[in-house]
Design a protein around this ligand. Structure first.
Ligand code: TRP
Length: 335
């Protein structure tokens, strides 16, 4: 405890902004890829966690009717996993209108070709060519700079977007005088969580293990996991480094990995038994999260209240920063 406290004092002045699209309920890929890190950071920094529903509109604008449910589910899962609304403001992007205002101002300061060159745009532009989607990284830059965030914990795939936020802050400061913090990415090493089909775990691929699964559903899903395709039966020597189940053991069975590694290689351990061991350890690790989830679901109003409070807290900071932005731009017409 004292250790956590002292860390918070050291970085007290530093602010973290984390963001995630409201994909609905979360899975162990989200947990290991982002949340575990955020949960640690909330003890060390002042932290804001933004559920970016406007970003989700880029792909879902035709039918946003499910957003409410997805925002709710992700908020529940954030707290179930250990994000603490006392330590970190959890809020919905569209509850703090200043995100839209700073996005608009930033949109003046960036050229269209800079945006059309981004790999994230190039990848999807055949199916998604809207003005809003082109501006996705500009809105993301606004999310970050609106809180004068020093650090942004993200995966490497977001590197260019963070660079763009940093560049926009620099540009703003160069044009109008030092106003905004120039943010940096916090790229921590994260374990790769494969899905049942070996590809990156993702809800849309249906290869995932969500928190909301029961122990039995988890067991069933793990049974469908690919293993080393050259190991057909017990006795065949396996190649653990090729096996997604072994990768999960490295995260959820840290004390057994050496043994599993050598028994897989020798053939002594069959895939069915290996999966049983993983199932037991994974269900064990998820038990407290699942219990908390069930508890939270009993009181939906409390979740919406928490998001309301998170927005109020975030808005205080967002309003201050926007005020300094308008001031720097000489756009505070009435004092
Ligand atoms: N683009 C991010 C992603 O796909 C989501 C995001 C939006 C974000 N705004 C942000 C992440 C601000 C960090 C900070 O994961």
């Amino acid at each position: 405890m004292t250790d956590q406290k002292s860390k918070k004092t050291i970085n007290q002045q530093q602010v973290i902004l984390s963001g995630m699209q409201p994909t609905g309920s979360l899975h162990i890929g989200n947990l290991e890829g982002a949340l575990r890190n955020w949960i640690q950071l909330q003890d060390e920094y002042e932290m804001f966690t933004c559920i970016v529903d406007w970003h989700a509109l880029t792909a879902n604008y035709k039918d946003p009717s499910d957003l409410k449910n997805r925002v709710f589910q992700i908020a529940v899962d954030f707290v179930s996993a250990g994000l603490d609304p006392e330590k970190c403001a959890i809020f919905v992007q569209s509850d703090v209108k200043e995100h839209a205002e700073l996005h608009l101002i930033f949109s003046m300061m960036i050229t269209v070709p800079t945006l059309t060159r981004l790999p994230t745009y190039v990848e999807k532009k055949d199916t998604l060519d809207s003005y809003g989607f082109l501006g996705y990284p500009v809105l993301q830059a606004a999310d970050i700079c609106l809180y004068n965030a020093d650090k942004v914990p993200v995966g490497k795939d977001q590197e260019k977007h963070i660079w763009m936020a940093n560049d926009l802050a620099k540009r703003f400061n160069a044009l109008y005088g030092q106003t905004l913090v120039e943010p940096e990415g916090l790229f921590t090493k994260i374990p790769l969580i494969p899905g049942s089909d070996r590809r990156k775990m993702s809800k849309s691929l249906d290869n995932h293990i969500p928190f909301e699964f029961t122990d039995q559903e988890t067991e069933k899903r793990i049974r469908t996991f690919f293993t080393d395709d050259q190991k057909l039966r017990r006795g065949d020597p396996g190649r653990p480094e090729q096996c997604p189940v072994y990768l999960l053991h490295q995260v959820y069975s840290p004390n057994e990995t050496d043994e599993i590694n050598s028994e897989c290689k020798s053939g002594a351990l069959g895939c069915a038994d290996c999966k049983k061991r993983l199932t037991a350890n994974l269900n064990n690790a998820l038990a407290p999260i699942r219990e908390k989830r069930v508890e939270l679901l009993k009181d939906p109003d409390a979740i919406w209240d928490m998001l309301g409070n998170g927005a109020s807290k975030s808005r205080v900071r967002a309003e201050q920063v926007m005020d300094s932005v308008r001031s720097a731009m000489k756009m505070k017409y009435r004092s």
